[in-house]
Write a protein that binds this ligand. Structure first.
Ligand SMILES: Nc1ncnc2c1ncn2[C@@H]1O[C@H](COP(=O)(O)OP(=O)(O)O)[C@@H](O)[C@H]1O
Ligand SMILES: [Mg+2]
Length: 302
């Protein structure tokens, strides 16, 4: 088993509840006795610290990338959730929003060496390569959407980008393969494919080994879906629909691990810089986060 279990949290769209979910799920995992590390990889709008009672992180990823701090562990700070720590994002360094490839790789490689049972990596908004590369680099990813069509659509686009980019990265420097992958990523181009399954089937004739490697990469990924700001039963069904579409077009197994109801608890607790689950939330809020966390635990611990 991978140690730590690294779970990145992405969405494509901003403001759908990534940081709130990360903080609350992490707090519940810590409550079960797991050692939890939080990582704010939102390099443009880092704010996870504010969900975890850290007003102003002493050090952040910028100190590490600049070489001022040598060890990633040294920039971790304690949070108000007992048994957890936080590696904070780089809040005011704009140029970092598009870090060099080497920077990104350095963070990814060294995160995996940190000592924790779970590492929760809060990603930035958007579907650009920096964000989806983080998402594609760890075995587990949570994609979160609110129930509005725009958010569901963005979540799909996010997963498609992450898939295309992940497949391309399996074959560095292979222009021929990247050209082929474009037949799927740009499915409306002549000779394009709408579903990943058909694309891989067609690829198998000329590139059997590559096609197999792509299938294996897809099969090894575990993507979890959480729906946020749910207000009705119909809303809950939107998650199941997205999971079906993703399976059909991207061949990705999307595990729908639950939803979080729309509530004022989260906003109120955020103002107090605390995760809602530690702040006496309503029974509904507590139950939603508990169910999501239990499903995440079951999926990641086999
Ligand atoms: N389930 C929810 N119900 C109501 N408001 C929520 C819920 N989840 C998040 N919010 C609010 O939405 C806003 C964005 O949440 P945040 O976690 O910062 O999103 P992101 O990290 O995706 O940008 C915050 O003001 C938060 O209080
Ligand atoms: Mg956020």
């Amino acid at each position: 088993m991978e140690r730590p279990i690294v779970i990145s949290v992405g969405s494509g769209k901003g403001g759908v509840g990534k940081s709130s979910l990360t903080a609350n799920v992490g707090a519940l995992l810590a409550g079960k006795g797991y050692r939890v590390g939080f990582v704010d990889a939102d390099l443009e709008g880092a704010n996870l610290h504010l969900c975890l009672g850290v007003r102003r992180p002493r050090l952040n990823l910028q100190d590490y990338l600049s070489g001022r701090v040598k060890d990633l562990r040294e920039i971790a700070v304690e949070t108000i959730v007992p048994g957890t720590w936080l590696v904070s994002g780089a809040s005011d360094i704009l140029q970092l929003s598009n870090p060099r490839f080497g920077h990104k790789q350095k963070i990814i490689t060294n995160l995996k060496k940190l000592d924790a049972d779970y590492l929760l990596v809060d990603l930035g908004a958007g579907t650009d390569n920096t964000v989806v590369d983080f998402f594609g680099s760890f075995s587990y990813g949570i994609v979160i959407a609110d129930v509005l069509p725009a958010s569901v659509e963005t979540a799909y686009g996010f997963l498609k980008n992450a898939t295309v980019r992940g497949l391309s990265r399996l074959f560095p420097g292979r222009k021929d393969i990247h050209e082929q992958i474009r037949r799927f990523s740009d499915s409306r181009a002549p000779g394009g494919f709408a579903t990943l399954e058909r694309f891989l089937a067609s690829l198998a004739a000329a590139f059997p080994a590559e096609s197999r490697a792509m299938k294996e990469w897809i099969a090894a990924r575990r993507i979890l879906l959480v729906l946020n700001m749910v207000r009705s039963r119909e809303d809950v069904a939107a998650g199941a629909r997205l999971a079906e579409i993703v399976k059909k077009y991207l061949s990705v197994n999307l595990f729908y691990v639950g939803y979080v109801a729309y509530t004022n608890d989260i906003r109120r607790s955020l103002r107090r810089l605390r995760p809602a689950v530690l702040d006496g939330p309503s029974a509904q809020t507590r139950e939603c986060f508990a169910a999501v966390t239990a499903n995440i635990e079951a999926l990641t611990r086999g």
